[in-house]
Design a protein around this ligand. Structure first.
Ligand code: AMP
Ligand code: MG
Length: 345
């Protein structure tokens, strides 16, 4: 028996998954459906720019996000990424400066995370998409076949010619773990360049708090209880900061009663298990936070401890230990926001 989270539910939950909600009131707010999720931009009323001008800037920010989607989507056949994905093995393909830079950053994150984050994971994503449709687990041969085409070390990047070469047959790239954060950072850039001093950009699991909520106060972002979206369990005061969350409870499918996440462990070829419920990262760069939160979902809490990969980041995780939820955070996160052990799940 296979069950998918219904589209309407997925959309609703994706807004909620971000695990974040913001105190409202007196906001100019606009919403669009972009990159498979609901994107909301809010600007406090009474700011330095009149309402009409603010709405125009919000519109421009959405246009920029839509442009980013049209470049980095692996679903749109005309995107720059899809063109790259159609390239012949061993033949260098020239890409835009923007594409080259984001691929380069993604490969760096891949190395830093020992392969937990890997944009070449697409053959596995396609395999598990087929599993969802067929309702049957992959055979070992199918799994090994997809795995053999995964690995950033088989991507050759040449900065001089700005080319990308797939060095193994069957390779393709999926930027779903970074493009949304990147789009959020670009949207923040549009608002900032237009003179907006205060705004929230909220795209599913990725949120950027531009400036402060008011002269008096920072933005207050609430982490929702993962199983009860009405309950805020932790509050983070933020300004000029990005908060990015990856988790299993937004997009997943059920097969034979087991839950399969949309995040794949590129090392095993399997979707991440049910242990890590969510991973949240606070940074000043949404693209980085987006990648890191995805990597942490794969790596689990070991990546947060002293001396480990994410030790120097402000990151927290909610894990499910035999049905009971527990939060774990890096030293930096606890110092900045308080002890997550006290979260009342
Ligand atoms: P996020 O919601 O930011 O955690 O990103 C998840 C998306 O990133 C998935 O829907 C895939 O498109 C892609 N993805 C899945 N697993 C990985 C991985 N291990 N490394 C990089 N991207 C991934
Ligand atoms: Mg992410």
């Amino acid at each position: 028996m296979i069950r998918r989270s219904a589209v309407a539910a997925a959309v609703f939950v994706s807004l909620a998954l971000s695990s974040c909600s913001v105190n409202d009131g007196g906001m100019i707010s606009e919403t669009r459906m972009l990159m498979g999720t609901i994107v909301e931009i809010r600007v406090p009323r009474g700011g330095n720019i009149a309402e009409n001008g603010t709405r125009e800037l919000i519109h421009d920010a959405f246009s920029e996000m839509s442009r980013v989607e049209s470049v980095f989507s692996a679903h749109l056949p005309d995107s720059g990424l899809s063109r790259l994905n159609r390239s012949t093995t061993g033949v260098p393909t020239e890409v835009s400066e923007e594409m080259f830079a984001l691929i380069q950053r993604s490969v760096q994150m891949g190395k830093a995370s020992s392969g937990a984050f890997d944009i070449t994971v697409k053959p596995l994503i396609d395999l598990w998409k087929a599993v969802r449709i067929k309702g049957a687990l992959p055979t070992e041969a199918e799994l090994n076949n997809a795995l053999s085409s995964v690995g950033s070390e088989y991507l050759r990047l040449d900065p001089a010619s700005r080319t990308v070469t797939f060095m193994k047959h069957g390779m393709s790239i999926d930027m779903g773990g970074v493009a949304k954060g990147y789009a959020v950072s670009r949207a923040a850039g549009v608002l900032r360049a237009g003179g907006i001093h205060s705004a929230i950009i909220h795209a599913g699991g990725d949120m950027y708090c531009l400036g402060r909520r008011s002269n008096m106060a920072k933005w207050k972002v609430g982490i929702q209880h993962p199983r009860n979206k009405q309950r805020i369990v932790f509050r983070l005061p933020l300004s000029d900061a990005s908060i990015d969350t990856s988790g299993d409870y937004e997009r997943f499918f059920l097969l034979n009663g087991k839950r399969y996440s949309h995040i794949i462990d590129p090392r095993s070829g399997y979707p991440t298990g049910e242990y890590v419920v969510s991973a949240t990262v606070v940074t000043d760069d949404p693209a980085y936070g987006d990648m890191l939160s995805t990597a942490l979902s794969v790596l689990g809490p070991d990546a947060l401890v002293r001396g480990s990969f994410a030790d120097n980041s402000d990151a927290m995780m909610i894990v499910n230990e035999a049905g009971s939820l527990r939060a774990i955070a890096t030293r930096g996160f606890i110092k900045r926001f308080g002890d997550v052990k006290k979260i009342p799940f």
